[in-house]
Design a protein around this ligand. Structure first.
Ligand code: NAD
Length: 248
């Protein structure tokens, strides 16, 4: 199939969808200047995320892990939503039954305007206590220069899901329940190898829904995709939005 035919088919599926699910990964934020973990230009590879983003790493070297998170927070604070985030926010406005499930912790979908969203792996600007329920939002910048301690005396940590940790149950349930009813899932910029998040598009498929994938290169999701649109998320989604607007 020609690329333009695939675009038209994908646009028609999105236009006709009663329940639209959008599932995103680090690739959707790449054009905002935030490096991905895997794939081409996975700049954070030099920091070996699988070794730093773990409870064990934090126990052994909390300062190193916090330095890495503060570096990432600073990078993300400077970033703005790109055209892919903008189109996904627009999809929420035009589709009445919609859910965005993101694996990203950068919060850029919120900045772009998405409200019906599940942040499966948390949000990098939250800091939580390792002992009590204290959790604070620190978007404007941390007012601490050494390691952060809670009023209860315990060390605070980034409130994101680390490798080997369970996902927040409510978020996962909401994502899986919507996936069972979705007639289309638009998968954007994920390698599809981080579980259980990667089950989301597979559940849609199992329940008879269609899978549209956008990625610069094939991923673990591609064998399950009904339509694979190869290209940068910003370019591909902007083109789809143009076709959607035209087809109204
Ligand atoms: P990943 O790094 O494993 O994969 C990124 C995918 O995006 C790759 O398949 C790559 O080919 C694709 N990609 C890169 N640039 C793209 C572009 N311009 N347009 C379309 N696709 C593009 O990321 P993942 O699948 O999200 O899984 C890694 C985990 O790392 C996630 O759980 C997430 O929490 C975390 N993470 C988050 C951020 C963020 O919040 N921005 C960044 C890196 C990693």
């Amino acid at each position: 199939m020609q690329q333009e035919d695939k675009f038209i088919q994908a646009t028609n599926l999105i236009a006709d969808a009663n329940h639209l699910l959008v599932f995103t990964g680090a690739g959707v934020s790449h054009e905002s200047g935030i490096p991905v973990f895997r794939g081409k230009n996975g700049l954070w590879q030099k920091y070996r995320p699988e070794e730093l983003a773990t409870p064990d790493a934090f126990r052994k070297a909390p300062r190193v892990v916090w330095d890495w998170y503060r570096y990432r927070r600073a990078l993300i604070r400077k970033a703005n939503p790109n055209p892919a985030h903008i189109v996904i926010a627009e999809l929420e406005r035009i589709k009445s039954t919609f859910l965005l499930v993101t694996q990203n912790v950068d919060g850029l979908h919120r900045v772009a305007g998405n409200k019906k969203l599940v942040e499966l792996h948390g949000n990098i600007f939250y800091t939580k206590c390792t002992a009590c329920d204290n959790c604070i939002y620190e978007y404007e910048g941390e007012n601490w220069s050494d390691l952060p301690y809670c009023e209860c005396g315990a060390l605070m940590r980034p409130a994101v899901v680390w490798f080997g940790e369970p996902l927040p149950e409510a978020a996962l349930t909401q994502a899986f329940e919507f996936a069972r009813t979705a007639d289309v899932v638009l998968v954007v910029g994920t390698s599809g190898v981080v579980y259980p998040a990667a089950y989301v598009p597979l559940i849609v498929k199992q329940h008879g829904g269609k899978v549209i994938e956008v990625n610069i290169e094939p991923s673990a999701i591609t064998p399950h995709a009904d339509i694979f649109l190869q290209g940068k998320a910003g370019d591909v989604l902007t083109h789809i939005m143009k076709l959607l607007t035209r087809s109204k």
